[in-house]
Design a protein around this ligand. Structure first.
Ligand code: GRF
Length: 196
């Protein structure tokens, strides 16, 4: 069984859905660890509810990027982690960590990549950009993580129809519903197709 570490810095609704999928027997992997990028976030409360161990690794605690990356790698290795799932993780991962977990790190993005991605495209900014574009479709993308924001190979993608008068917040809610279904399916796909 592959061990997953979920990385989160926010409310953690995708993490919660993954934990629920495992509980229901719908996830073909085991969530062994939450790495929280900040203390006092919703994701930590979810870890406690599901009895998942967690570790807070806040880059601000470290004097340089190298020490921070070493903390990630040693925590992941101690917990025998095979796959990293980013779920609301905003910081770019260091290339040493990406190399160590090559093709084993996934991210979920709240739009149809390769559009509406890249630096600064997170949270409500993504949905405002979709709204401004006039497109009547958006969706969610799960992709492999490389050294560039939102540019790794796409693993799964699901579209959702929008209405002319949807606000950015309404688009976010529609997309989040899709995300919640898609992430466990994408992780299952990665587990079953390890060499992509
Ligand atoms: C999601 O919209 C995800 O696509 C993006 O960050 C958000 C995290 O939400 N990467 P949550 O913390 O999982 O609720």
């Amino acid at each position: 069984m592959n061990n997953i570490a979920v990385f989160a810095t926010g409310r953690g609704s995708n993490f919660e859905q993954l934990a629920q999928a495992e509980k229901d027997g719908r996830l073909k992997a085991h969530i062994a660890l939450l790495i929280a990028g900040k203390p006092d976030i919703g994701a930590i409360e979810i870890a406690k509810q599901f009895g998942i161990s967690y570790s807070v690794i806040d880059s601000k605690q470290f004097s340089n990027a190298h020490n921070c990356t070493q903390a990630f790698i040693s925590t992941l290795e101690q917990n025998k982690i095979d796959i990293i799932a980013l779920a609301g993780w905003l910081r770019l991962l260091d290339s040493a960590l990406i190399k160590r977990y090559k093709n084993r790190i996934v991210n979920i993005h709240p739009a149809l990549l390769p559009f509406f991605g890249g630096k600064g495209m997170y949270g409500i900014h993504v949905h405002r950009a979709v709204k401004k574009s006039g497109m009547l479709v958006s969706g969610a993308t799960v992709h492999l993580v490389n050294e560039h924001y939102d540019e790794g190979k796409i693993i799964k993608q699901q579209a959702v129809a929008l209405e002319q008068n949807d606000t950015a917040e309404e688009i976010a809610a529609k997309v989040l519903k899709v995300e919640h279904r898609l992430y466990s399916e994408a992780i299952n796909y990665l587990v079953e197709n390890p060499v992509l």
